[in-house]
Every structure is written in C-alpha cells, then in structure tokens.
Design a protein around this ligand. Structure first.
Ligand SMILES: [Zn+2]
Ligand SMILES: [Zn+2]
Length: 99
C-alpha cells in the first residue's frame, strides 16, 4: 500500500478509486463498490462491468506472479488499471467519509 501526504491527516496509506466512486464519496452517496485487491483499487459497478474486472478481482500478487500465466495476467491487470480514470484517496479520509 502506497503513502501520500494528506492535508488533514499527514502521511497516510492510501488507495485509489475510480473517478465515479470518488465523486460519490465526496458527495456522501453510498454506492456499491468493488475492491480490486491486487491494484489496491475501489471501483463502481459500472467500471467493474465495463472493463470486466471480474477476471482479475480474485487474483493476488503472489498467485499472479507464480503461475505460467504471469506475463499474461500482468498485462491484463495493467490494461484494466490504465483504462479507468483514477483518484488517490487517503484511507483515513475515506473512513471518515464513508462511516
Ligand atoms: Zn467508475
Ligand atoms: Zn486524510
């Protein structure tokens, strides 16, 4: 998990969200969200379906790199990651905004 400097919380761990889920959080909208563990990424239902994130939602780093499919999986993951608009989110802020 990466770190960022949050204006409110200082140095914090963070993850990324798709731009839609980001807007929902900011507006206090409780929407369904999918967590893509391998990318430390939270995305909306729409992005999940549009970019077929189901294919990689069960993968973890160790598994991904230990199979003969490693190169293929890595490419798949990178492709999906690059196809959505992303925003970084301080994990403390996220907790505050979603609890
Ligand atoms: Zn989205
Ligand atoms: Zn924060």
């Amino acid at each position: 998990m990466g770190r960022l400097i949050c204006e409110k919380h200082g140095e914090q761990s963070f993850f990324e969200t798709c731009e839609h889920h980001y807007v929902d959080i900011i507006n206090g909208v409780k929407s369904e969200v999918y967590t893509i563990q391998i990318l430390n990424l939270k995305i909306c239902t729409n992005c999940y379906n549009t970019y077929h994130f189901g294919e990689i939602s069960k993968l973890n780093i160790e598994e991904m790199l230990s199979t003969s499919e490693a190169g293929k999986n890595e490419k798949l993951v990178t492709e999906k990651y690059n196809s959505i608009g992303r925003k970084g989110f301080c994990s403390e802020c996220y907790l505050e905004l979603t609890s």
